[in-house]
Ligand binder design. Structure first.
Ligand code: FE
Length: 200
């Protein structure tokens, strides 16, 4: 008995056949899996966010021309030929969707979560963003404006989340660890952290 999903079983069967027929190698498959689990993922976006929090000049560049910034970092994964970063503030909350399908900036966020491709998310984040965000744990005051960005094959968006309170003494690497994938899609607001002996 296996508790794996039908998709996982199908993928495994397909992989076995392709290896058996000599069309791919097990090493090539492992390499792709390693790439997407260790080198391509939200940790790359988190590095950009942490640096933007720590360095106002970098932040300005990131908000002006994220495409060039990402290019200079040389992240793998692609899908950032044109990347736009939008900043969350006390007044404006941004969130990202692809209403048409599932366009997503792989090089900075990795592969999209399942819910991102869900028709319910794709329609509701546009039709009733405040309600959906609240359901996802982001309760926004009525004074906060919500902006939804529709990613496409041409332009991908990423959110620069607000820096959590109590983090003024953290170094860039420590800041990066606080940044979650969902906060860079705009469906999570980062909470404050308690640093022992450094409470704000
Ligand atoms: Fe798409």
């Amino acid at each position: 008995m296996s508790d794996e999903s039908p998709q996982a079983i199908r993928a495994e069967a397909l992989e076995s056949i392709l290896i058996e027929k000599g069309l791919i190698t097990a090493e090539a498959v492992d390499d792709i899996i390693t790439r997407y689990s260790e080198r391509v993922g939200p940790m790359n976006g988190a590095r950009l966010v942490a640096r933007a929090w720590a360095d106002p000049q970098f932040k300005k560049q990131l908000l002006t021309d994220a495409t060039s910034i990402v290019e200079s970092f040389g992240f793998e994964g692609g899908q950032v030929e044109k990347l736009v970063v939008v900043e969350n503030t006390e007044k404006v909350h941004n969130a990202v969707v692809c209403t048409l399908c599932s366009c997503y900036p792989w090089a900075v966020l990795g592969l999209p979560p399942k819910w991102y491709k869900d028709p319910a998310y794709r329609s509701r984040i546009v039709m009733e963003p405040r309600q959906l965000l609240a359901e996802m744990g982001v309760g926004l005051g009525s004074n906060v404006e919500i902006q939804i960005w529709d990613s496409s094959a041409e332009i991908r968006y990423m959110v620069l989340p607000m820096r959590p309170p109590g983090t003024q003494n953290l170094k860039e690497e420590q800041l990066a660890e606080l940044v979650t994938r969902d906060s860079m899609i705009g469906v999570e607001v980062l909470g404050g952290v308690e640093v022992p002996g450094e409470l704000s």
